[in-house]
Write a protein that binds this ligand. Sequence first.
Ligand SMILES: [Zn+2]
Length: 462
Amino acid sequence: MNRIVVLLLLLVPGLAAAAREPAQYTLRYDAASRVMRVSLCLDRAAARQRFAGDATAPDHVRDLSRSSGASLQRDGDGWNARDWRAGECLRWHADLGRIADANAHRSSLRASETITDPGGWLLMASGIEAADASVELPAGIAMSAPWTPLPSPDATRRYRIVHTPTDWLARLAIGHLSETTIERPGGRLHVAIGGKSDVAQRARLLAWLGRVSDAATTAYGRLPLADVQVLVIPVGAQREAVVFGQSTRGQGNGLSLFVDPSRDARAFERDWIAVHELSHLFHPHLGARGAWLAEGLATYLQNVLRARAGLLTPAQAWAELADGFARGRAATPRDRAPTLEHASLAMETDHGYGRVYWSGTAYWLVVDLELRRSSGGRLGVDEALRRFDACCLAKQDWTPQAFVERLDALLGTDVFARRWHEYRGLAQFPDIPALDDPADAAVRAAIMRAKDRSDAKSKAKD
Ligand SMILES: [Zn+2]
């Protein structure tokens, strides 16, 4: 084959598709019935191919069939297909309306969108790490998913879906959503705002999310992840501007914020939940055992980053931390308390949030102070997270120990792992360093001050 022919073959789009992911989803949504029809085609043959979703999938997947007409065998939470042929497709549909209504029934927060966890109905093919998806929606209907958007030549939406463990939470919303992208150095927030909001309210929500994004970039000058789903669900009149938030890791990175859009801009500026949830993007998935590390980091950063972005004064941020430590201490049983690690593992059933969150916050403050003191301000939690982002954040799953050991390796220190060993075994609330010690005044001021990145850049150019 001569060179020109090779070049022409590469330029023909259909042939270049040979390099695409081996798995290809096609999703078609019908707004009237709220049913999603799915097909999943695999390029490669297999003697035995398994398909599975989370534990609820067998209840949600309907009319499952193979394009070859061959049979499927149910096996636990999934299905097996023998003699899978190259190019064969699996087809099914899921009644998203019914799934969403059943979930909404268990929640006090009412949304007008169809919200489901795609882990419960989007079957994944085993042995495949990621898949491409094309999604067809009726006119006027939009979708918010944790998947990475891909360029599309037409009205069909295209995405890359990474396969994560099926028990990791994800949210997919379909309805009259208004979509906007917020770009900051390092990444994009794919914002979708639910239907129960007017134009002025949406403008106010976007201005607020812009400030929240700015706060996130004060950690080390950029967002930690390239693509993040931000699902904003108005849920009517509430006592606070933001009533509930959650970061999710299933099938990509996302955060959900349940808001009262009628609240004024100042009420949103007082909110801590959005910065907290965005701060979870700085660490990897750490599981229930690492909940104290994860919640501690997000709780520490929710105060530090808001102070740097001007959403709090440094004095207010220190007061928030001191109040939180007092609440955490009060929430810790005086005797026969389980270790912090055990309290983390039992947090969701025991609702022992106060102790777990604020013990973890103390960990990150103590480590940050120690690093900054010993390095003359050169190192700190920011610098550790920046280096972790550069090498390691894209890998999905870390044990807590591997995470802290890597942070130490990146800085040439031992403080992360040393304090981690100490804290995980604590049976009481940790000792908090004095937050008014004059010897630490400069270090405390540096923690709450944004670094001037543009200045650092222009100096590097000289
Ligand atoms: Zn959290």
